[in-house]
Design a binder for this molecule. Structure first.
Ligand SMILES: [Zn+2]
Length: 322
């Protein structure tokens, strides 16, 4: 289960990983917390399209359906309303009724219901700072972590389905400085212009410990097609597509993740734990889960019969003015 804030986030973070697991026979469900109703039209070719201006919410639903088809995943809407990206100093208030202002108990119950229905062994979401400071991305993290904690507890939300404990939780680590720097260097080596220089110069996020790299270069084309399906959100001439697919497959053929929580030991090929110097890491989000029946038994066990084997959770360091 991959939990995302808006339609299009699933195609820019971990999409090739999802396509790979679908191809290998896994069931993959994308959960979009909001409908992306307050997104801007970021594709200059569609900037003044009256059809889009009239009903962006419907356009984004259609775009999401196409991306879902391309990736071969299942998809569900959690049904909350996009908070929009507040800009200015001081930041303006968030719009009434938006996702980020909903009581956490309400949003958490909605996701708990999905978790208990879908019964995922593994969940991906955003890190404690949202990956980038959009209120919906930060809230997506909070809701996911609260729902993961509650879903296996029979006393929590007893009317939202039978308890089911997701066994591993990962943060998307697609947008690491190391990866963007590698893209930048690759473009310079080819004598091409790089759109990443300024981004790298003002990079102010901390480096995240990547614990898991999933080889999925063969699915980059599917990922790019899914991203392009979000036509209002993606400029086909923009920075996303400056590095050729072949170069990406050569220099960075993986989708990367940070393990936040695991009820099974997190093992790396050389037996190290992921808090040491970054090096050889997990290559599979399902590593350590064993047979499906074993994982199911652990996910449905009484809470006292499970222990957290790896806890990489941290306190958020971004301000929350709302
Ligand atoms: Zn988003």
């Amino acid at each position: 289960m991959c939990v995302h804030a808006h339609p299009d986030d699933e195609s820019s973070k971990g999409a090739a990983m999802m396509a790979k697991y679908v191809a290998e026979g896994h069931e993959v469900l994308v959960v979009s917390c909001t409908g992306g109703e307050r997104g801007d039209v970021l594709n200059p070719r569609l900037a003044n399209d009256p059809h889009i201006a009239r009903d962006l919410a419907q356009v984004r639903r259609d775009e999401m359906a196409e991306a879902q088809r391309i990736l071969g995943v299942d998809h569900t809407w959690l049904g909350f309303v996009d908070s929009g990206l507040p800009e200015g100093d001081p930041l303006p208030a968030l719009p009434e009724g938006c996702f980020a202002l909903e009581p956490l108990s309400v949003t958490t119950e909605a996701l708990v219901r999905e978790i208990r229905r879908q019964r995922p062994h593994v969940i991906t979401t955003y890190d404690e700072n949202g990956g980038y400071p959009h209120p919906d991305h930060i809230m997506c993290h909070r809701v996911t972590m609260a729902a993961v904690e509650a879903a296996g507890d029979p006393d929590a939300f007893p009317h939202a389905g039978a308890p089911w404990q997701p066994l591993k939780v990962y943060y998307n680590a697609t947008f690491s400085k190391a990866r963007i720097a590698a893209f930048h260097e690759a473009l310079l080596a080819l004598g091409e212009e790089s759109p990443y220089e300024e981004w790298l110069e003002r990079w102010d996020r901390m480096d995240r410990p990547v614990t898991t790299r999933v080889e999925c270069g063969a699915y980059f084309e599917q990922r790019d097609q899914a991203l392009l399906a979000h036509a209002t959100q993606v400029d086909p001439d923009g920075a996303w597509f400056k590095v050729s697919r072949e170069t990406q497959q050569r220099i960075w053929p993986t989708d990367d993740f940070e393990c936040a929580l695991s009820y099974v030991p997190v093992t790396t090929p050389d037996g190290r734990t992921p808090d040491g110097p970054l090096g050889p890491v997990e290559t599979d989000l399902f590593a350590g889960l064993g047979l499906v029946a074993e994982a199911d038994a652990l996910a449905t066990a009484e809470p006292g019969q499970r222990t957290i084997a790896w806890d990489g959770r941290k306190e958020s360091t971004v301000p929350w003015p709302w």
